[in-house]
Design a protein around this ligand. Structure first.
Ligand code: AMP
Length: 543
């Protein structure tokens, strides 16, 4: 027997409709070179439809890839809805990628139009010769350093300016592609992940739930995570669905500027990688800043060190750990405390809040022993590869059968993350499969060591890599960045003695080297590949 419910397509046209009618007065704020730009969802909706008309007139057809190369701004948000609602596919390009990767991605996706923020025009000018599929560049805002090489090009406001403010959206199947994003890929070519209307819709509902990000109309959301990185973790899409106010930082991302924006604009929810919050703590403490409206910071992309959770808590800032990947739309798990944990001591709460948490409804998971392929027990100790499936998890990569075969086996996404699970199904990531340090047949978690070292009061950041070792096969090397005021005043012995009571003896790093900064990837994660090659000759030199 069949259910007797309507076959209502889950497309982005529905949240668009809600935002522009039910929530027409709610505000969208953007930090720009000329101060704050403000308008309402009603204004936004009219411009979204003008943009759709302009795109249509420029020859955009169903399924065409329309790319963006920009910061988090209201114009980017207009593209987020105009492009998919008219049946085309929004391709968000990562503005920090290396030139060759950008060229590869634009050609692989066959982007037809690129919308580029004015200050970023010089980056594309150097590459446009190698992007034959691009037929038009639309420049958003002033481009003071442009040479005019991007051709043909048009200013965004001119492009949409004379267009009608209404558009009749086509009827779309919910499985139509809505957006695509390439993973930053530390090995091989970047891989394209293609989101559908249905996956974005369901992901928005998932993160809106109380044990997700509890996103509501009364919230003011600040997405610091870039809109080119996995849809800014779905925040802008979900905000339109529930009518939340949105505050965009534009290109002004330094922690002090962001902190003041949060206070001035009464931000209730912010989302960003650990680096930004690690940088914000000293500013908050130095200036005695208070955030009376902030209810939660959602943080992921790399492990949130326990010390960061404690440092923010000390300043009455609540950080919630989240885990996901470009392939998982991206949010899959969050670490909101369970009812029974509310009774726990602060110490125990910090311990659990450093975990990646509970999978959202819709996301199924299993943890599989890497050698035997068997599921590991939920005993908080056994570990294996975390695998997930669900309606907002990718089932393959775009144009890449080869990688798809290994990464998506038997209907599960093989995340490449190594995890343990406790008796109640709370997941903790131990490491990436390729970052674990394999010492004498046992594994050492580089992430756990990093988290502990970052708890040292004189340490700003720490990154642990494996170095080859004749006897043990691999041993951990800790690369440490001291806080500026302690540069040259913290020693290897300080770090080792700090770790000694906290880990098994054989986990203690063989050496601690002090570096100026931990190299970061284009999405702000520790770039271990760069450190590994920097310390390639390390073990031979120190034998
Ligand atoms: P990306 O697709 O660039 O977002 O990268 C996804 C990867 O980032 C995951 O597979 C993890 O290795 C890592 N990651 C994301 N969130 C977390 C987290 N909360 N803790 C540890 N690693 C994370």
């Amino acid at each position: 027997m069949q259910g007797l419910m309507m076959d209502f397509p889950l497309t982005l046209q529905h949240p668009f409709q809600r935002a522009t009618t039910l929530f027409r007065r709610r505000e969208i704020v953007t930090q720009t070179d000329d101060g704050l730009h403000r308008y309402t969802y009603a204004d936004w909706g009219k411009r979204v439809m003008q943009l759709a008309n302009a795109l249509k007139q420029a020859g955009t057809e169903d399924g065409d890839r329309i790319a963006t190369f920009g910061w988090n701004t209201y114009r980017h948000f207009e593209l987020y809805y105009a492009v998919p609602c008219m049946g085309a596919v929004l391709h968000t390009l990562n503005i920090r990628l290396f030139a060759e990767q950008l060229v590869y991605i634009v050609n692989d996706a066959q982007d037809k139009i690129i919308f580029v923020d004015g200050d970023l025009v010089p980056v594309l000018e150097k590459l446009s010769d190698q992007m034959p599929t691009v037929k038009l560049y639309v420049i958003m805002g002033d481009a003071p350093n442009a040479t005019g090489k991007l051709q043909p090009s048009i200013d965004y406001e001119t492009f949409i300016g004379s267009q009608p403010t209404s558009y009749t959206w086509p009827t779309l199947d919910e499985n139509t592609a809505a957006a695509m994003c390439y993973t930053s890929g530390t090995t091989g070519n970047p891989k394209g992940v293609v989101y559908s209307h249905r996956s974005i819709y369901l992901h928005s509902m998932g993160i809106g739930m109380a044990d997700g990000m509890a996103l509501a109309e009364r919230d003011s959301l600040l997405p610091i995570v870039p809109m080119f990185h996995a849809n800014a973790w779905g925040g802008p899409h979900a905000a339109a669905m529930v009518g939340a106010r949105v505050v965009f930082p534009g290109r002004f991302m330094d922690p002090r500027k962001v902190a003041h924006l949060m206070i001035d604009e009464k931000v209730t929810v912010a989302a960003g990688v650990p680096t930004i919050w690690i940088g914000m703590v000293p500013v908050v403490e130095r200036e005695g800043l208070k955030f009376p409206h902030l209810r939660a910071i959602y943080c992921g992309g790399s492990a949130v060190p326990r010390a960061l959770i404690e440092n923010l808590e000390r300043n009455n800032m609540n950080i919630v750990h989240a885990w996901g990947m470009t392939e998982t739309s991206p949010l899959a798990s969050l670490c909101n405390l369970r009812a029974y944990q509310e009774e726990w001591s602060q110490e125990e709460k910090f311990r659990v809040r450093a975990k990646q948490g509970t999978m959202l409804p819709g996301v199924e998971f299993r943890v599989v022993n890497i050698d035997s392929g068997q599921e590991v027990p939920w005993d908080n100790t056994s570990y294996g590869e975390l695998q997930v499936r669900g309606p907002w998890i990718a089932r393959m990569y775009y144009h890449d059968e080869e990688s798809s075969r290994t990464k998506f086996a038997d209907g599960w996404l093989r995340t490449g993350d190594v995890a343990t699970v406790d008796e109640d199904g709370i997941v903790q990531l131990v490491d990436r499969t390729k970052d674990l340090v394999k010492s004498g047949g046992e594994w050492i978690s580089s992430v756990e060591l990093e988290g502990l070292i970052m708890g040292h009061p004189k340490v700003l950041e720490a990154c642990v890599i494996a170095i080859p070792d004749a006897k043990w096969s691999e041993r951990p090397l800790a690369c440490v960045v001291a806080k500026p005021e302690f540069e040259g005043k913290v020693t290897k012995e300080d770090i080792i003695e700090f770790l000694r009571p906290q880990v098994a003896k054989w986990w203690l790093p063989d050496d601690v080297v002090f570096i100026d900064a931990v190299p970061k990837t284009s999405v702000g994660k520790f770039d271990k590949k760069v450190l590994r090659s920097r310390f390639e000759a390390y073990s031979t030199a120190h034998d």
